[in-house]
Design a protein around this ligand. Sequence first.
Ligand code: PXG
Length: 442
Amino acid sequence: MSNRLNVAPNDLSAFWMPFTANRQFKQQPRMLVAAKDMHYTTADGRKVLDGTAGLWCVNAGHCRPKITEAIQRQAAELDYAPAFQMGHPLAFELANRLVDVAPEGMDHVFFTNSGSESVDTALKIALAYQRVKGEGSRTRLIGRERGYHGVNFGGISVGGIVTNRKMFGTLLTGVDHMPHTHLPGKNAFTKGEPEHGGDLADELERIVTLHDASTIAAVIVEPVAGSTGVLIPPKGYLQRLRDICTKHGILLIFDEVITGFGRLGTPFAADYFSVIPDIITTAKGVSNGVIPMGAVFVKKEIHDAFMAGPEHMIEFFHGYTYSGNPIASAAAIATLDTYKEEGLLTRGAELAPYWEEALHSLKDAPNVIDIRNIGLVGAIELKPIDGQPTKRAFSAFVKAFEKGCLIRTTGDIIALSPPLIIEKGQIDELVDCIRDVLKAID
Ligand code: PXG
């Protein structure tokens, strides 16, 4: 018999699960065994509507035939090719295809296998770039409170989540943080970009004054912070960051691991906000979450600055065994084909008004203290139970799963980011499910 259905708790101990309450899970496992389009199937045969695109990654929906077939074909044809000093055509084809959909000027792509690797790659490119152009004193990196940039040492250093940082020593040195932009007192229940807080970008100017621009290599932010509960940039904020970085010769990195590939109704958040950074980090949606892959986009000037010195020499001492892996490349090309054929990189824009109204209809549901939305992303912030932060949202998550909807929670915030193929009726279903859940756990 297939071990798929073997979910007895005693068999679950060997796997130390990531970012999971292991003991709770193993007592009451939530097992998924199949998926198709907008739905998962659980081990006990129930259909669950995917309100989170897996973990913000399955933008085209699940088990899409084109992507599945591309992977099958590639696995049988060229399974692996060395990533260093050798090439295979698909990685080059993919890089060109990615440059085609990327914001103007993002002309080169460095492949990784995850968002965390994309972030650390981008930080290393930034530091090395400053050095190759003769500004080696620029070694500082600036992140932001409540930023999430993956879990590698670079990413947690520039990131701003205390639980992800406090256990791991002194992290990278020479890192500073801007304040986050979450101002619920002023911006609660805003639809789209909040009015208040654009001036928080001036904190970057203060940090530059403190350290001097000549010591700062790069600033990294998520255009819309996802993991810490969908924090939407206040009006004018990102443009102000761009201006300050340009003025001081500091590189601006947008971490678009979540916002890339259609999440906001534009291919990238840089397109949505009309603010073009110098480097963009991506992962997740690049391969529809099906196979690990990440891609870092850089402007031509950055790439070209490395192309100096003897031609037989390696220009940038960085890369991964699986950078541009053939099967991942095939999956990503098929993903881009699917996005293109179905208009998914802009479908979010068509659905956004409906999505916005549906989410904000929860305003009067029990314990809702804020609702935020942009593109096909949304957050419903709940009042924490006194003395038991996170418990109310976690109960909502467990209850919603029982009722047939997958939602994501962080702190006491429900975060939603469905596959971009969602239909209006399914948006209603998701919102009705959350309404029922909030009543049930009140
Ligand atoms: N940057 C950003 C902006 C992310 O959101 C990463 C980097 C790291 O990606 P990898 O592939 O190394 O996990 C992320 C990942 C959630 C959630 O529910 C978010 C992420 C991952 C898992 C869960 O908020 N983001």
